[in-house]
Every structure is written in structure tokens, then in C-alpha cells.
Design a protein around this ligand. Structure first.
Ligand code: XIL
Length: 325
């Protein structure tokens, strides 16, 4: 195989380069990960339902394996995610009161954050708490319903108590759309203003060929960076389909799609490099096109090709555009 330059080496002076992985994909993508990435996030195996499927019964085996893989390969590890409305088992919200749910939240955060103290430098503490609908700040969720709006600050306070050295992030999607951007900004600003321990904003970066446009991404970065926090791009992928595109029968991407994608990646990485003083990590939500959650979302079974490496783990035009600058 012809030697290709390493992505993480090339970006050393800018930000770390991450991938979302699982105990399966660290085997599948072993050499790509070791060559090109210096940060990993658990795609699922550190979510509440995986770590604490039953009340106070923790299962750390898979999460531990990912932490070991990161350590053995000198990679950073991002923790994802402590408090979220999804992938949280039902028992958490059953037969509970505000104070009981707060103590369940605290027990989860304390146990998990304490276990990985020193191994996980950044945590997505609260994920996707903002509503997408206009005129509404917070998304309806059991956390909000049972605890109230302060579930967000409580989560940050518990995480900080558990590990005062970890960087604590608020993470969300549609983060570059002007209306949601305003809401994320307002929420985070109110936390900062009240001295709640929050250190960063995660921009998920589930983007596609057309959306969001570059100016909106720039505005979002500037806006969030003005709060003086670290920014991570936490879940980057570039779908070849528009949001409302429901085509499902493509088995290979067209040349045109791949060229368009390469151009988008080129522009976007140039933009991210401009803001490297605020952006300290850029994580893809996967590694190569043979596996992506987008194969099942939002259209079940529809193949997508969102990454820099193809289904055979070879660099795509997108890779070359991102690395040649
Ligand atoms: C996704 C995973 O990629 C899927 O495997 C799982 O079925 C659902 O969750 N926002 C997030 C991530 O914060 O945790 C989600 O990950 C994708 C959207």
C-alpha cells in the first residue's frame, strides 16, 4: 500500500482528530484508527443504558476496553454522554420524585466520572437539551419534567464534584442553524454567568452536502467561541443526502456526490483551522464508509458515505482535500 500522510499528524498544530468507535469497530478499523486518529469517543457504550442498565448495577466491561484501547495507543478519550433523553433506561424515571431522580443522576455521574478520572479528559455532560421548535427553549424530556430546568446545572455540578479536572461540555445538533444557535448560546451563557462549571460546547456537526451553509457554521463558531469556552466538533459526518431526501436504493455514491462532498470537506476544514484557537478537537462520528449510523438514520437500511475513508478503508477525494493545505 502506498503510504498516505497521517490525518492526526497533519493536524497536530490545530486540533486533535477523533472518531466514534465501539468494541467492534476498534477491530474493524484498527489500522485506520491507529494511523489517523488521536482521540476516540464511545459511539454507544458509555451511554446510560449501557453503563447502568439496572438500578445501581453497572456494566463497565466494554467501556473499559475502549479506555484501554485509547491508552495503549496514546489517544485522548471523550466521554459521551452522561445526561440525555435517549438511550436512558426506563427504570431511571419510574417511581421517582425530583429528589430521587436527582440522587439517581448523581449516583450515575459520580460512579462513571470517578471511574474514568484521569482517562477521560472531556465529558459530554448534557446532550441535546434544547428544543428544535421555535419559541421553546428546552426539549420535553423526563429529566425536565421530573426535575425541572435545573437538571442541567445539577448535572454539571455533580460532574465537576466527581472530577474537578475534567472539561465539561454541553453538546447538541442543529447547532449551526441560527435559531437553535441562539438558544444554545443563551443556555450556555446563563450557565457561565452563574458560575456553573461548564468548559466547552460540543457542536455535533451532523451535516450534509447543502446544509448548514458555511456562513452559518462560521457564525455558530464565532458566537460560541465568544463565550470563552473550548469548542469541540463532536460527531462530524457529511451525509450525501439532503435532510428531506428519502431515496433509498443507491448502492454506490455518484461521482458528483463524492466531488461535492470533497469540496464541502475542504471548505469546512479550512474554516475549522481558522478557529483552531477555540476548536481543540474534531471528532468524526465513525471512521470509514463501511459503517455509519447514517445507514439506518433517518431512512432505515439506506447506505450513506459520510467519511474521509471509503468502504475498503481507502482515502477518498475528501481525505485528500482535507489533508492538502
Ligand atoms: C447514535 C449512534 O450512532 C447509534 O448507533 C445509536 O443507535 C443512536 O445514537 N446524537 C448523539 C449520538 O449525541 O449519541 C447519536 O449516536 C447520534 C446523534
Amino acid at each position: 500500500m502506498i503510504n498516505i500522510p497521517s490525518l492526526q499528524q497533519k493536524y497536530k498544530e490545530y486540533f486533535s482528530i477523533g472518531s466514534a468507535v465501539s468494541t467492534n469497530t476498534i477491530k474493524l478499523h484498527d489500522s485506520l484508527l491507529k494511523n489517523h486518529f488521536n482521540s476516540i469517543t464511545a459511539e454507544n457504550e458509555m451511554k446510560f443504558e449501557h453503563l447502568q442498565p439496572k438500578d445501581n448495577q453497572f456494566t463497565f466491561e466494554n467501556a473499559d476496553r475502549l479506555v484501554t484501547f485509547a491508552k495503549e495507543n496514546g489517544m485522548q478519550m471523550r466521554g459521551h454522554a452522561l445526561v440525555w433523553h435517549n438511550q436512558t433506561p426506563d427504570w431511571v424515571f419510574e417511581n421517582t420524585s425530583r429528589s430521587e431522580l436527582l440522587s439517581r443522576m448523581k449516583n450515575h455521574i459520580f460512579t462513571v466520572v470517578d471511574r474514568y478520572k484521569g482517562d477521560i479528559g472531556s465529558w459530554d455532560v448534557v446532550n441535546e437539551a434544547i428544543a428544535d421548535e421555535c419559541g421553546k427553549l428546552l426539549r420535553a424530556s423526563k429529566w425536565l419534567e421530573i426535575i425541572g430546568e435545573d437538571f442541567i446545572e445539577k448535572a454539571f455540578e455533580y460532574a465537576h464534584e466527581a472530577d474537578s479536572t475534567a472539561k465539561l461540555f454541553y453538546n447538541d445538533y442543529n447547532e449551526s442553524h441560527p435559531e437553535k444557535r441562539e438558544k444554545i448560546y443563551m443556555l450556555v451563557k446563563s450557565l457561565v454567568d452563574r458560575d456553573i462549571p461548564i468548559h466547552g460546547i460540543g457542536l455535533q456537526g451532523h451535516w450534509n452536502l447543502a446544509d448548514p451553509n458555511k456562513d452559518d457554521i462560521r457564525m455558530a463558531i464565532e458566537n460560541y467561541a465568544s463565550l470563552g469556552l473550548d469548542l469541540h466538533i463532536t460527531e462530524l459526518d457529511m451525509s450525501v443526502f439532503g435532510w428531506n431526501d428519502r431515496r433509498s436504493n443507491l448502492t454506490t455514491p455518484s461521482e458528483e456526490m463524492l466531488e461535492h462532498q470533497a469540496k464541502r470537506y475542504e471548505e469546512i476544514f479550512a474554516l475549522l483551522r481558522e478557529y483552531h484557537q477555540s476548536i481543540t478537537n474534531v471528532t468524526f462520528w465513525g471512521t470509514a464508509d463501511d459503517y455509519t449510523w447514517l445507514d439506518d438514520f433517518p431512512v432505515k437500511g439506506r447506505k450513506n458515505w459520510p467519511f474521509l475513508f471509503d468502504e475498503n478503508h481507502q482515502p477518498k477525494s475528501s481525505f485528500h482535500k482535507v489533508i492538502n493545505f
